[in-house]
Design a protein around this ligand. Structure first.
Ligand code: AMP
Ligand code: GLY
Length: 426
């Protein structure tokens, strides 16, 4: 089988790495990929969001299955386009991807299913949005309805901040373009966050283990939000009853609701939750694997990922036997200093050849230089992932390897999966 993975991050490198050993695989392509995917697959110089370009490449290279990593091409209808061409594609259709590409749609679905979530209201009129903020003083969250590359959520301490967020999105500036023309304003919750993931073919739901992500740039959850600075799996503090509740009442319920409304959901569904003192609350739904959650989840998968993706795309997931390692995995994102704001690229990465053999390096912002050199080319450069029987051992192994990687202005958080600084780890 010829397979094409769409995307260029560490998530897509992890997907490609996990597909590689499948006995069913013939040729593996990644579009556009990075230096890491270039070592295990053929990179194609086509942007992930270029639906027509990807569809043409899939035909040209006789692709049997396309595995889509990021939300953007999904929300642009890549899976619909490929399916119309008779090519199997792993991921939700454009209509099903609305669960992530419209927060208003997701909130409406949560309401319909009676899912526990923050109280909210949706506005497409700035005056009404401002009035709502003023009528609900105190901490509040303002969210752009559409996709905004993870930047469209404002967790506000004061009414003034919330009004400024409304104005930035709905005023002349239109900070997120069409994505911010509608806003969801919701109650601000507090608690530990957890990422739930499941494979689905639209009917069968196969939950993955749980994972945790670190969104803030600096240690102690300080600094601006990023795409994610590290992750670990499993969170031992989550008890089985709560896991079952989330899998049944949130993930399975959402997939049943999507089927009922005529938009069956296939691919990976990733609900993000907050565990408040009053119980679990759904913050959002994502229509794909998390990044950096994928980097700690897929190494724990003991089954053939190609089998699973093929089955999910073809409605036969119930026939798959999906097994997970009981080992813990810790992923530390190595970034360019300054990320998520200004940073420089083009630096040579040293030390990659000195890492332990059983430690994984999943590339994100990297390009191949001359003579086998690997250069930085983005904010998040790579994720170093270690597995071990305990989280503590996995963490120690991950950091002992991270310290061997050098480039100008290298930056990483020191507290990923660290119990002392972070209440999210026991
Ligand atoms: P979302 O894209 O909706 O998950 O929001 C991104 C991040 O914003 C979440 O992972 C949380 O850290 C934070 N967030 C979102 N909604 C809320 C909320 N209602 N209360 C507190 N924090 C939130
Ligand atoms: N790590 C969170 C996300 O991928 O949205």
């Amino acid at each position: 089988m010829n397979v094409l993975v769409v995307g260029s991050g560490a998530r897509e490198h992890t997907i490609a790495w996990k597909l590689r050993p499948s006995p069913r695989l013939t040729d593996l392509f990644v579009a556009p990929g990075n230096a890491g995917t270039g070592q295990i697959a053929a990179n194609l110089d086509i942007k992930a969001a270029d639906v027509e370009g990807i569809a043409a490449a899939a035909k040209k290279h006789r692709i049997d299955l396309v595995v889509v990593g990021p939300e953007d091409p999904l929300s642009r209808g890549l899976v619909d386009r490929l399916t119309a061409d008779g090519i199997a594609a792993f991921g939700p259709t454009k209509a099903a991807a609305r669960i992530e590409s419209s927060k208003a749609f997701a909130k409406e679905l949560m309401g319909r299913c009676g899912m526990p979530t923050a109280a909210s209201a949706t506005f497409d009129n700035r005056t009404d949005a401002r009035n709502y903020v003023q009528a609900n003083p105190g901490p509040i969250v303002v969210k752009a309805d559409g996709l905004a590359a993870g930047k469209g959520v404002f967790v506000c301490d004061t009414t003034e901040e919330a009004l400024a967020a409304v104005d930035a999105m709905m005023g002349a500036e239109a900070a997120f373009g069409e994505s911010g023309r509608t806003v969801v304003i919701e109650e601000r919750l507090s608690g530990r966050e957890v990422s739930a993931h499941a494979f689905s073919d639209g009917t069968t739901v196969a939950p993955m283990p749980f994972a945790c992500d670190y969104k803030r740039a600096r240690d102690g959850d300080e600094g601006p939000n990023t795409g994610g600075m590290g992750s670990y799996s499993p969170p031992s503090w989550l008890d089985e009853a709560l896991e079952l509740y989330i899998n049944e009442q949130v993930t399975e319920a959402a997939i049943a609701a999507m089927r009922d409304e005529g938009s069956p959901y296939a691919g990976v569904l990733f609900p993000g939750l907050m565990l408040t003192d009053a119980g679990a609350r759904v913050l959002e739904f994502n229509c794909r694997l998390g990044d950096p959650e994928a980097q700690v989840l897929l190494p724990r998968l003991q089954s053939d990922l190609l089998d699973i993706c093929w089955a999910a795309a073809n409605g036969t997931l119930s026939e798959c036997d999906i097994r997970w390692s009981t080992e813990a995995a810790v992923g530390v994102v190595v970034a360019s200093g300054g990320y998520p704001d200004d940073y420089q690229t083009g630096y040579e990465i040293a030390g990659l050849g000195t890492l332990d053999e059983d430690v994984h390096v999943f590339h994100a912002g990297t390009v191949a230089g001359d003579d086998g050199a690997v250069l930085t080319s983005g904010g998040r450069v790579l994720t170093v992932v270690a597995m071990a029987p305990t989280l503590t051992a996995a963490r120690a192994k991950a950091y002992s390897n991270v310290q061997r990687i050098h480039f100008t202005n290298v930056y990483y958080r020191r507290d990923i999966a660290a119990p002392a600084q972070d209440a999210r780890v026991d």
